[in-house]
Design a protein around this ligand. Structure first.
Ligand code: NAP
Ligand code: G4F
Length: 320
């Protein structure tokens, strides 16, 4: 019998790649979507006929119970969250409700309705924040630097707590930044590749950014959803850092993205205080040795290939 998977956040970047990955492995895939006045399913448009979409919201306990009753999942991937760090300062309470307490609500529903289902929580390298050691591992202490990161620390610990309290198979992936042509336009990588394409095609003449010095360990989202799945194929649940182990600055990203279309970024990029953050995460770099050893996982797409993939996709989308 085909395995059944439920994905919250299926309309997001990771949800769309994970849904494709699971369909290709013969899963019956259910996706939880929230009601909206306009359609939010662009990223899953091509596969929507192969999915069953169920209405639910992380704020609404009864809807979560109903979604799990209908899906009867073997595996549950909790990818839904308010995931944009700057918004977590302007909407800190809502971010805590979605990204933090939402995990409790979902775990409670799992405990009541499907206690034998395997559960994946989307934890984040933002939890390391003002980093205590370099590179960061599963044992590095957390020092969150935004309401988003604080909420993710809550989600992470409550996942461990439900495993220890109730014996649920509850795993947590501490994923470092991962990007793709499907990344939201407000995140820095996609903002840059969209900006490069617009400038190259004569649709824009400048790109306004914030802090150019921060460094991130950027991987490809398509590689990272495989790690989520591998975590749920193990005998026991655990925590895993998923990262490339290589870090780059925003300036490095700009060099490659503008260089790919033979432009010099210094002529187009302006710094704008509006995009500076009240507290910054300066440098992230992950050590995913445990995932390599226990899951057999490793990233396939390197940094230059990721950048050029994203620039080419935006050029094609905008008609270049
Ligand atoms: P994303 O593109 O922002 O997608 C977020 C998803 O959550 C969307 O499908 C959104 O639905 C849904 N959602 C938001 N609030 C909800 C609510 N109250 N009820 C139900 N659904 C809700 O995020 P992503 O990049 O795919 O990331 C997936 C997960 O991994 C997130 O939890 C994120 O915090 C975490 N994470 C991401 C990264 C990364 O680098 N991408 C790294 C570490 C961890 P709508 O379409 O309706 O808005
Ligand atoms: O692309 P970002 O907005 O991603 P950030 O804050 O690292 O968060 C992403 O990765 C996390 C994993 O570590 C996820 F948990 C989270 O959900 C999200 O997916 O910003 C990256 C860096 C920051 O240091 C920011 O200050 O880019 C810097 N930056 C500089 N100019 C900018 C801009 N970020 C944005 N969004 N927009 C700018 O104009």
């Amino acid at each position: 019998m085909a395995k059944r998977a439920l994905i919250t956040g299926i309309t997001g970047q990771d949800g769309s790649y994970l849904a494709e990955f699971l369909l290709a492995r013969g899963y019956t895939v259910f996706g939880m979507v929230r009601r909206s006045s306009t359609e939010t399913i662009q990223r899953i448009e091509a596969i929507k006929d192969q999915l069953t979409l169920l209405q639910g919201d992380l704020l609404d306990q009864a809807s979560l119970v109903k979604v799990i009753e209908e899906a009867q999942p073997d595996e549950i991937y909790n990818l839904a969250a308010q995931s944009f760090v700057p918004t977590s300062w302007s909407q800190p309470v809502l971010t805590g409700q979605f990204t933090g307490l939402g995990v409790s609500r979902l775990l409670e529903a799992v405990r009541q309705v499907a206690p034998s289902a395997k559960f994946y929580q989307a934890s984040s390298s933002e939890m390391f924040g003002k980093v205590r050691e370099v590179p960061q591992t599963e044992l590095t202490p957390f020092h969150p630097r935004s309401p988003y990161a604080v909420a993710k620390v809550y989600g992470h610990h409550i996942t461990v707590n439900y495993r220890e309290s109730y014996g649920l198979f509850a795993a947590s992936g501490i994923l470092f930044n991962h990007e793709s042509p499907r990344r939201g336009l407000e995140f820095v990588t996609r903002k840059i590749t969209d900006g490069v394409a617009r400038i190259k095609l004569g649709l824009a003449d400048e790109l306004c950014l914030g802090n150019l010095d921060s460094q991130r360990d950027w991987g490809f989202a398509g590689d990272y959803v495989e790690a989520m799945w591998l975590m749920l194929q193990q005998e026991t649940a655990g925590e895993y850092v998923i990262a490339t182990g290589v870090t780059h600055s925003i300036r490095d990203f700009l060099d490659l993205a503008f260089g790919h279309v033979d432009l010099a970024w210094e002529e187009y990029v302006k710094q704008d205080r509006r995009y500076m953050r009240p507290a910054e995460v300066d440098q992230l770099i992950g050590d995913s040795s445990k995932a390599k050893r226990d899951l057999g996982w490793q990233p396939r797409v390197d940094f230059p290939s990721l950048v050029t993939m994203m620039v080419d996709a935006d050029l094609a989308r905008l008609g270049g």
